[in-house]
Design a protein around this ligand. Structure first.
Ligand code: ADP
Ligand code: ZN
Length: 739
């Protein structure tokens, strides 16, 4: 009987198309196959989403060709994409796009090939004896190949100091074969990893390990939340759990998603641990080239790599027999994709685990309120590791009230006396310091002292930041750049001032205060080359830098034993944003940054400068009291019906004409109010916190309800019946992280 396939085309169409599977391809075309099909006059690439015996469309054209020996996607990944499309309210095709990297979808991309040399016939002692004397060199090459087996041409030439012409001569004489061989474009090709052995777990680690291994073997494994303070040994637990998962009896593969950017240190730890067993570790993150990504993906798909580590999209890695998914730093907002499909990789991981029956571990020193709430309700299993390894003390946190300091120093200065002294002390003792300020540039705004004019971005509702090194005003939202004016553009007063602190200014001041110190700034302005991140961390590790100053880039995952002081220059920066997660984020940031101190032998000290020293986020972080923070924060969320006590859907309406966008927002708001599900809370159609962004005027409508599925259904139904004017754009964000 004839068979038909539904195909999702490599086009932004919210629809699948039916094709006939020709006899020659019966059994070859399967769900998940990558195929070429006729479409109009073109031939397009697509993926088979289902196979059936009756088409929904009468005159189906046949599939032209199948690409690859086996299907690219298994049915679980297709099912996951289907779920994402429904949950995050986007076309199936858009969801599929995330599931497969572009480098794999688009490419016919053959593997990269390198020339490989092998002996055509064995070199017998007689043949060696008979070799012409003047060709001693060629004989030596043959002997070398005989003892080493095959070699890549380049390596062989280098190792035996032989030219290409000699090798060609050997090939012509029928001694060797030079042929192309597929190689993986491997980002870590030139690195060797020293094998590392498992450490003896302490009691808390053992508990966590046992819980995870039990889950791996259970029929419905569920989700484990591993709440462990920085330095409690979570990574060691992950490593051993992964090793367990790979044992023959389990026959399961695993993958961990790391925080992005994936630090070189993390990659090294995983590669080293599995170096000896020969288990291949694939790495997937956004800094790979298309070729590297293509090859890493196929290495996983073919089952050659059984461990995958990576950033957000690694959650879709085509691992064959997935047994364990680890989401480290699960609270990180980088897990949320800011464009469609607006998925959160942590939540996708939980769903994938559920679909496949794989264990899921969420780890963090500061779990998101969502995850901790799920654990409190008993939906997740909670394991805590409240102490650092070897009972190393948590760093001492000192809160400096900058209001008092301003009185003392007669004005607001970047450094409190206390922090200045502490830095000097470290310099004297040859210990290292990390300073943190989450804002780059020299000054965050240009103000006229006479008329109060602030120079704004013409496209966005934010002030332009002054970058002194490049002598530029720049918008940190859209990238707009302008030359700094000599006098005030509004009133032409001659002396304009720069206010608001950025890392560039701090660097400048540091150099004046500590002229002998070796200072390095790490933010997206200085980390422009591909390897500058690694280079800087390397220099810091080997003690070539005394003070490392940076933005959130330095907050995560770094482990430097000689850092005994961490200074947080302005803890208040994120605290007053109009977002219900502002407190949670500040608590997380303070805790994470503080976790960088005292990882070695010497106890660490953290100095936090703030104008709101009694804010709960600051006080609970100071006492390393996650539980306390959670309890007070969950009360507030409960009262105002914010997540995790509800789900949020945020609809953004934007257009280049302000009035039109506002009008559309109002009309949509009215429609949404009709037949809204019981208990849903519908916000006003109001200007977004950043009312203008990249030339668009933006309005938002926030909906909240405890049943997210009902709410999604309602929004989808309304949007189906609502057609905005062409120049007004709508986006729907389910479970947004930023308002
Ligand atoms: P986390 O991931 O929770 O921040 P790590 O796994 O990085 O913690 O552990 C912190 C440090 O303690 C690392 O240097 C690690 O090698 C070491 N460590 C972890 N577990 C043990 C153990 N059981 N015995 C000795 N050292 C350990
Ligand atoms: Zn701008």
């Amino acid at each position: 009987m004839a068979q038909f396939a539904k195909v999702v085309l490599e086009r932004n169409l919210d629809k699948e198309f039916d094709y006939l599977i020709p006899d020659s391809l019966l059994g070859v075309v399967q769900v998940g196959s990558k195929v070429r099909v006729p479409f109009g006059r073109q031939i397009l690439m697509g993926f088979v989403s289902s196979v059936m015996s009756h088409p929904d469309y009468p005159d189906c054209k046949p599939i032209t060709e199948v690409i690859g020996k086996k299907p690219f996607l298994d049915h679980h990944l297709l099912e996951l994409a289907r779920w994402m499309a429904g949950y995050y309210s986007c076309p199936y095709e858009t969801a599929l796009r995330s599931v497969m990297p572009e480098a794999v979808r688009k490419a016919d991309a053959a593997h990269k090939e390198k020339l490989f040399v092998t002996l055509k016939k064995p070199l017998t002692p007689e043949a060696a004896e008979a070799f012409p004397k003047r060709s001693r060199k060629q004989l030596m090459v043959l002997q070398y190949l005989q003892s080493h087996g095959g070699r890549f041409l380049r390596d062989l030439m280098e190792e035996t100091s032989t030219g290409r012409s000699s090798l060609d001569a050997l090939e012509d004489a029928g001694w060797i074969i030079i042929s192309p061989e597929a190689v993986d474009r491997d980002p870590f090709e030139n690195e060797t990893f020293l094998p590392s052995s498992p450490l003896l777990l302490n009691d808390e680690q053992k508990q966590a390990f046992l819980t995870i291994t039990q889950a791996i073997t259970a029929s419905s494994p569920g989700v484990i939340l591993l709440h462990g303070v920085t330095g409690s040994g979570k990574t060691e637990v992950y490593l051993q759990a992964m090793d367990y998962c790979l044992r023959p009896r389990q026959r399961r593969d695993c993958h961990g998603s790391g925080n992005s950017p994936l630090t070189p240190q993390t990659v090294e730890r995983f590669k080293s641990r599995f170096a000896e067993s020969g288990t291949q570790v694939a790495v997937l993150h956004s800094h790979l080239s298309a070729g590297e990504r293509h090859d890493q993906w196929h290495k996983i798909h073919e089952g050659r790599a059984r461990i995958v580590i990576g950033a957000r999209s690694a959650v879709f890695a085509p691992v064959r027999e997935l047994g364990l998914i680890i989401v480290d730093e699960e609270h990180e907002s980088t897990y949320k994709q800011e464009e469609a499909p607006r998925y959160n990789a942590r939540d996708v991981a939980v769903m994938r685990g559920k679909l496949l029956g794989a264990a899921v571990v969420l780890g963090s020193a500061t779990p998101s309120l969502e995850s901790f709430h799920n654990a409190a309700k008993g939906k997740y299993t909670l394991r805590s590791m409240p102490k650092r390894i070897d009972d190393k003390k948590m760093p001492l946190m000192r809160i400096i009230d900058m209001r008092q300091e301003a009185l003392r120093q007669k004005g607001v200065h970047i450094f409190s006396g206390r922090l200045r002294d502490a830095i000097q002390e470290r310099l004297d003792k040859s210990e290292q310091t990390i300073l943190f300020l989450n804002r780059r540039g020299f000054a965050t705004s240009m103000v006229c002292p006479k008329c109060g004019h602030v120079e704004m971005c013409p496209h966005c509702s934010v002030a332009l930041t002054y970058h002194r090194g490049k002598n530029l005003l720049a918008c940190h939202v859209c990238g707009h750049k302008a030359a700094p004016p000599q006098d005030c553009p509004a009133c032409h007063a001659p002396d304009i001032r720069y206010t608001g602190l950025g890392t560039e200014k701090v660097e400048d001041t540091l150099a004046k205060l500590f002229p002998k110190a070796r200072i390095r700034r790490m933010d997206s302005d200085t980390m422009t080359r591909k390897d500058s991140y690694r280079e800087t961390l390397g220099a810091f590790r080997t003690g070539k830098i005394d003070i490392l100053l940076g933005t959130q880039m330095i907050a995560k995952g770094l482990d430097f034993p000689n850092v005994t002081l961490v200074g947080i220059l302005n803890a208040d920066l994120g605290l007053h944003l109009p977002d219900f997660r502002a407190g949670e984020r500040t608590f997380q940031l303070l805790t994470q940054v503080a976790g960088r101190a005292g990882r070695g032998e010497v106890e660490g000290e953290v100095i936090v400068q703030t104008f709101t020293p009694f804010h709960p986020a600051v006080q609970f972080a100071r006492h390393h009291d996650y539980q306390g923070f959670y309890e007070q924060e969950i009360g507030f969320r409960q009262e105002l019906k914010y997540p995790p006590l509800s789900h949020v859907i945020l609809i953004t309406i934007r257009g280049t004409n302000d009035d039109k966008a506002a009008f559309v927002a109002q009309s949509l708001r009215k429609l949404l109010a009709q037949n809204a599900p019981a208990g849903a809370i519908l916000g006003d159609a109001a200007p977004a916190p950043m009312a203008k962004m990249k030339t668009y005027f933006r309005y938002q409508i926030m909906l909240r309800a405890s049943s997210v599925l009902k709410l999604i259904g309602h929004v989808e139904a309304v949007l189906k019946s609502f057609t905005p004017p062409e120049d007004v754009l709508l986006t729907v964000d389910v479970d947004p992280l930023f308002l």
